[in-house]
Write a protein that binds this ligand. Sequence first.
Ligand SMILES: [Zn+2]
Ligand SMILES: [Zn+2]
Length: 240
Amino acid sequence: MKTYLSWLLPYTCILCHQPSQRRQDLCVDCLNNLPILSHPCPSCALPLPGDLQTPCGSCQRQTPAFNKIHALFTYQTPITQLILQLKFHHQLIYARIFGELLAEKIQCTWYRTTPLPNVIIPVPLHPSRLQKRGFNQALEIAKPLAKILRLPIDTQCCSRIKPTPQQITLSAEKRRHNLQYAFQIHGDLSGMIVAIVDDVVTTGSTVQALSATLKKHGANAIHVWCCARTAVTLPQKIAL
Ligand SMILES: [Zn+2]
Ligand SMILES: [Zn+2]
């Protein structure tokens, strides 16, 4: 039976399927149970054992091309299922929720005292992958984010020109090799502070390759905003 409150706030939690009682399709109890990334490497967001405030070994050995990765969650249950449902079962509502959660964290925590980047660039898919999937999950996450933060999304300045097999099946070495010259930039990004948006950062080789390419075309700084980070270390520098 619909209560007065459920007419007023007709949001249903995507996890427990109960009325959400707030203006999002995720209730506060389920939100509080999600695996927040609590001790990230300050550079690549790799989950670290304690609050060390120093970069992980990989970032100390080789400074990444991006300035910083911000990640909401560790890549574990139920985040893994939500991402898989989004990517392979067209559950775009999850992209909206991730975008809203990112926006909240950006406004209230990550950028509370620092200026936002100038533009959002969702990690592009190769046209063949885009055609097969029908949408780019990174763009779908970026849309609500851009709206809330009032930032432009640029989907034109960067394209993926090399089809890459599912990265998950490849070794770190093969991923690196695969991503060389994977992205093409159209135009000049001089002086821009770019926010790259992606769903999951796994080894970081995709955002590393994209960041290096964007910097080569003038970008001043690269910030990466992602929903989840796996506990895999960043590979060494990708030669471009
Ligand atoms: Zn719930
Ligand atoms: Zn690191």
